[in-house]
Design a protein around this ligand. Structure first.
Ligand SMILES: Cc1cc2nc3c(=O)[nH]c(=O)nc-3n(C[C@H](O)[C@H](O)[C@H](O)COP(=O)(O)OP(=O)(O)OC[C@H]3O[C@@H](n4cnc5c(N)ncnc54)[C@H](O)[C@@H]3O)c2cc1C
Length: 407
């Protein structure tokens, strides 16, 4: 039997970041950490850009503090953001300069981020990573958790962390209750070549069927698209020949960047809101997509998950600094309250956005257009919206907080 203090199930962005935060923290020598991932170890390779995420300033500050950001080569910044509605005068735009920011966000390659996190993690001898291993059973008590793998080995840990994504086996094994609803949309992602340069602007058009985002990549003529639409249209778009798809895409974006040409395979993801109503039980805790998934329209899912793990690591460190039990139920409940409040706000905002933009009757369209136009002319309100999207407001973990400006 192999024992550790913290056993993290799932080696995606959240699990790897948590392992690194705990390993590099002030009390790192006191914690033996095991990370268990069913897939293979992330191999160093050039960014494929097949799955990218828009990360905000809070995530950038956290990953910089961990020394990971510096190793990401394919993370172009975007300086502007433009959101509009098709067939309407509804439009709003944001600019980094007016917000006094270096950027409004960065587009990060998911695979490259995991590679960088894993590379850094290998510097810490107190962390053991087990790849390509599958769980057969999880049993928990008030003191510890026991995880049996299909190869017969047994892992014992004081704290078990479920960082195993949307279909979390940890969450299911503990029967932690889940609220969910289908957004009744699928997101189609691909890399596309644009006729006109994207000018480091992230664009999103709201169509009657859902939002379509154009995220600018390092190459001035390449964007990653996230096209959220009803399942039927998503299936049709997946089945189209490239030329036909290009036509549909260019028309849907209203040729804002001219003719678009798909450059990569297309992938499709069904979109579901999931929210675990309990994030901790006994010595087990959930983080990131294992606890919540949201619509990608505002590009906030990974940002939210990274803040979860930063919060959990911060509370564990605080307990250790005070010489208190570092994985106490009280601390786990504190983590749950802190992060649930942030996740709930995000879920509500995404739902509001989605509902408001799916209303298609002329009056609703007019009200929406006037609302967006008015907001666009109110710097104070725009700044507030932007501060939330950038990760400059809310109850942030310390490592992700903006550096106070000296007067
Ligand atoms: C189309 C789309 C676009 C998105 N765009 C953005 C964006 O622009 N910005 C943003 O912030 N977010 C975005 N997101 C959300 C973001 O991708 C997720 O929130 C984030 O990747 C979740 O990270 P995670 O580590 O929690 O989960 P995952 O990335 O799913 O990682 C979970 C890991 O656990 C492993 N695992 C699962 N089960 C087990 C098991 N039983 N045993 C061992 N290992 C296991 C898996 O193999 C995986 O490696 C987007 C999501 C979608 C679908």
């Amino acid at each position: 039997m192999q024992t550790s203090d913290v056993l993290i199930v799932g080696g995606g962005s959240a699990g790897l970041t948590l392992a690194l935060l705990l390993a590099s923290g002030d009390y790192s020598q006191q914690l033996k950490i095991t990370l268990l991932e069913q897939g293979q170890a992330p191999e160093p390779a050039p960014a494929t850009l097949l799955r990218v995420s828009a990360l905000n300033l809070a995530s950038q500050r956290l990953l910089t503090a961990l020394g990971v950001w510096q190793g990401l080569t394919a993370n172009p910044a975007y300086q502007q953001m433009e959101v509009w509605e098709a067939d309407s005068f509804a439009r709003i735009n944001f600019d980094a300069t007016t917000e006094n920011q270096q950027a409004l966000g960065w587009i990060v390659d998911n695979q490259q981020l995991c590679q960088q996190l894993y590379q850094k993690l290998q510097q810490y001898p107190q962390v053991q990573c087990l790849f390509g291993r599958t769980i057969s059973q999880i049993s928990t008590s008030d003191e510890q958790s026991l995880v049996t793998l299909t190869d017969g080995s047994v892992l014992l840990a004081k704290l078990l962390v479920g960082a195993d994504g949307a279909e979390s086996k940890v969450r299911q094994s503990l029967q932690l209750p889940l609220t969910f609803w289908d957004y009744d949309q699928h997101a189609l992602v691909a890399v596309v070549k644009t006729q006109q340069p994207h000018g480091q602007c992230a664009r999103q058009v709201f169509l009657s069927t859902g939002p379509l985002a154009l995220l600018p990549l390092s190459d001035p003529h390449l964007c990653s698209i996230v096209w959220s639409t009803n399942p039927q249209q998503a299936a049709e778009l997946m089945a189209k020949e490239d030329a036909e798809f290009n036509q549909a895409l260019s028309a849907a974006t209203q040729s804002v960047l001219g003719v678009l040409q798909v450059q990569s395979p297309r992938h499709k993801f069904p979109l579901k809101m999931r929210y675990a109503t309990k994030w901790q039980q006994q010595q087990v805790v959930l983080v990131a997509d294992a606890a919540h998934t949201i619509h990608p329209l505002a590009g906030q899912g990974m940002n939210l998950g990274l803040m979860d793990v930063a919060a959990l690591a911060e509370l564990i460190n605080q307990q250790m600094a005070k010489n208190l039990p570092w994985a106490s139920p009280r601390m786990l409940r504190q983590y749950e309250r802190w992060r649930k409040a942030e996740a709930q706000q995000m879920i509500a905002a995404m739902e509001l956005f989605k509902r408001v933009f799916l209303l298609q009757d002329p009056v609703a369209k007019l009200v929406r257009a006037v609302g967006m136009k008015t907001t666009n002319q109110l710097p104070f309100l725009k700044r507030k919206i932007m501060a939330a999207a950038l990760g400059n407001s809310g109850d942030l973990p310390q490592l992700a907080r903006p550096v106070p400006v000296e007067l």
